[in-house]
Design a protein around this ligand. Structure first.
Ligand code: 13P
Ligand code: SF4
Length: 299
């Protein structure tokens, strides 16, 4: 069986398999650890094994490499990118910074290493409010690339940020009308959405949470039925961890094609052939590490 072969190869290669909550169920099941971006970044720092195989999208594997540069980091399919991360380039951010001297540049962790290297600090959806609250209210902030996460946090803290107009094409498929329909089908069920959703969708929901936050909510809530407004891969974990509860996707259209590029076959091949290695040039890694470490220091 493929899963047994993968576990055997991982042991022989002294490899740890990390998977994002959006990965296919069978990939989550064979991984050593499944989590959200923040949990995976924290895990990557701790890895003592020689090799990290990262089942997620490229910026996540890059973050693991930046945080733990002496380990070999592999990604099963290097074409698994994040379209939102590619919506701002380092050059564009440098131009924006030049137009706003004195402003602090903040990036969502869904960004390239080059963009992180230009920033003062990173955030994930799991810690953005806490990190952004460390800035004094008068501090001018440039927030890239996700206009929705940036807008959500600015709203929570009663601040105004200069928002880059990036967005997640997967979460853009969720509409307020779909939330209304889910409420009609599942009356009384709390509706959770990811902060990458558009403002009207966030407002139509009960909770705006990172994927890790959704897993915690599902564990701790007394609700027996929950509507989930994020990439549908997370339903596997929610159902597995909470057998007595029912989880419904807010929309079946919430599928990230890049996350789905991680399969048991290419994970096996990755370990067998030790490919594809993630490399971040030292000069970029050093600057990007400062922004990521500043974030991890906040918590
Ligand atoms: P989380 O950090 O909440 O897992 O989100 C990552 C992501 O890519 C959401 O689209
Ligand atoms: Fe990027 Fe959206 Fe996919 Fe997350 S769900 S990896 S933000 S494209």
């Amino acid at each position: 069986m493929l899963s047994a072969e993968i576990r055997d190869l991982a042991a022989r290669r002294h490899a740890v398999i990390l998977a994002h909550n959006y990965c296919r169920g069978e990939v989550q099941d064979v991984a050593d650890f499944t989590g959200d971006s923040l949990e995976l970044a924290r895990k990557a720092v701790e890895v003592k094994a020689d090799v990290i195989v990262f089942c997620g999208v490229y910026f996540m594997a890059e973050t693991a490499k930046i945080l733990n540069p002496s380990r070999m980091v592999l990604i099963p399919d290097p074409s698994a990118g994040c379209p939102m991360a590619d919506m701002v380039t380092a050059e564009q951010l440098r131009e924006l910074k030049a137009r706003h001297p004195g402003a602090k540049a903040v990036c969502y962790v869904n960004s390239t290493a080059e963009v992180k290297a230009e920033c003062d600090i990173c955030v994930t959806s799991g810690n953005a409010e806490k990190v952004m609250a460390t800035f004094p209210s008068e501090q001018e902030i440039l927030f890239v690339p996700d206009q929705h996460l940036g807008g959500h946090i600015a709203g929570m803290l009663g601040r105004e940020y200069t928002l880059w107009p990036g967005y997640c094409p997967t979460h853009a498929a969720l509409t307020a009308r779909a939330i209304d329909e889910a409420r009609r089908l599942h009356p009384g069920a709390p509706v959770l959405v990811h902060p990458e959703c558009a403002r009207d969708v966030r407002e139509a929901a009960d909770e705006r949470l990172s994927t890790g936050g959704m897993c915690r909510y599902a564990r701790e809530s007394s609700a027996k039925e929950i509507v989930v407004g994020t990439e549908t891969g997370i339903l596997h974990r929610l159902r597995k961890e909470n057998p007595g509860k029912s989880f419904y996707p807010a929309s079946e259209r919430l599928v990230c094609p890049n996350m789905k590029k991680n399969t048991l076959e290419n994970l096996r091949d990755s370990l067998r052939e030790m490919k594809t290695e993630v490399v971040v040039p030292d000069a970029i890694a050093e600057h990007a590490r400062r922004a990521i470490s500043a974030m991890l220091a906040v918590g």
